[in-house]
Design a protein around this ligand. Structure first.
Ligand code: ADP
Length: 367
């Protein structure tokens, strides 16, 4: 198993497209790292450079301490699982899984042992004599994973492996891949555009945008301490609410004034925000940190605002309220006992201790 290191890695495609810019990343042995970001942000290119399927324009990639820039893919001892499964249609499941080992001239008994073991792990033992066309999407993806497992590689690379599956199967395979990681204790690098997949599967998450790594952190750290507005808005569903406005000095300390409402900053944010008095900032608050004042005991009047309720979305255990201040729309995620009616003004409370502030010019998090 292996540690994977990227050192100042860039990829410039012919034509001058900078797909990845100066990436630095250390993936520990046995770690599950997810690369996430919107389409075109350079995730696949990063993965393909690790796999050796794409030339590295600048910088170095190390696997297990060895620089692999010039090592061909087949000698890197890693296995990749693709979105489209890439199975051989004319071969049985068994032969699809055995093929790579046959090419490497493994003894027949060893191949048989490994294929049977992988099939057992993935719960596809009954399917080994079928051809891919006789399998469901989820079963095909299992075969593709099985083909990777039998090689016992140093690291597994996954490129959007669940994108072709329906929602239910995606959730199921997500858990299975996580279990597989626990069982095999191997290094796994997983690319997805789906932040829920990233949050639920990764030991650590790498958030990318426009070819640049924005933040590398554990799921909860990313969620609670995003380094900039992009990460704050990308991680979390429904996404964080943002309001543009100004920091003002008032009788009770510092306030955020949006134009149609004004709230007092939490005690712990007062000092840090001092240098922003009189300046524009972006205020961010997650939907679960906005409450209907009716259900809050002793709501602080200076954390409360009035907003028009435009849409109510009952989700079962909870309800999403789509509100509008007159200047900004925002979402509150509240408990299922919510009774508010649309087209009414609603008093809502912001949990200001949980608020975020971003610099308007740099988009960087201030608090
Ligand atoms: P992601 O996986 O995050 O969707 P990619 O790594 O596939 O992003 O692509 C990153 C950027 O590089 C995109 O702007 C994409 O258009 C560009 N790109 C990808 N492959 C090539 C290529 N072979 N030639 C030129 N540009 C490419």
């Amino acid at each position: 198993m292996a540690k994977v290191v990227l050192e100042n890695v860039s990829k410039i495609y012919s034509g001058g497209v900078v797909a990845v810019r100066d990436a630095n990343l250390e993936i520990e042995d046995q770690e599950f790292v997810v690369l996430v970001g919107p389409s075109g942000c350079g995730k696949s290119t990063t993965l393909r450079m690790i796999a050796g399927l794409e030339e590295i324009s600048e910088g170095n990639v190390y696997i297990d301490g060895k620089r692999v820039n010039d090592v061909p893919p087949k000698n890197r001892d890693i296995a990749m699982v693709f979105q489209n499964y890439a199975l051989y249609p004319h071969m049985t499941v068994y032969n699809n899984m055995a093929f790579g080992l046959k090419l490497r001239r493994y003894p027949k008994a060893e191949i048989d042992k490994r294929v049977k073991e992988a099939a057992e792990i993935l719960g596809i033992t009954e399917l080994v004599n079928r051809k891919p066309k006789a399998l469901s999407g989820g079963q095909r993806q299992r075969v593709a994973v099985g083909r990777a497992i039998v090689r016992k590689p140093k690291a597994f690379l996954f490129d959007e492996p669940l994108s072709n599956l329906d929602a239910k199967m995606r959730v199921q395979m997500r858990t299975e891949i996580s279990k597989l990681h626990t069982r095999l204790s191997s290094t796994m690098i997983y690319v997805t555009h789906d932040q829920v997949e990233a949050m639920t599967m990764g030991d650590r998450i790498v958030v990318m945008k426009d070819g640049i790594i924005q933040q590398v952190a554990t799921p909860l750290d990313l969620y609670h301490h995003p380094v900039n507005k992009f990460v704050a808005g990308f991680i979390g569903s429904p996404p964080m609410n943002f309001f543009d406005g100004r920091i003002e000095q008032g009788s009770g300390g510092l306030y955020f004034n949006e134009g149609s409402f004004k709230v007092r900053l939490a005690e712990e944010h007062q000092a840090v925000m001092g240098s922003y008095v009189g300046r524009q900032v972006t205020f961010g608050i997650r939907p679960e940190d906005v409450a209907d004042a009716l259900f809050v005991t002793n709501p602080h009047p200076e954390e409360q605002i009035q907003a028009r309720l435009e849409v109510v979305e009952p989700m079962g255990a909870e309800v999403y309220l789509y509100l509008n201040t007159g200047r900004h729309g925002f979402i509150a995620r509240v408990e299922g006992r919510e009774t508010a009616q649309v087209n009414q003004m609603l008093a809502v409370v912001f949990d200001m201790k949980k608020s975020h502030f971003f610099d308007v010019e740099t988009s960087k998090a201030i608090v």
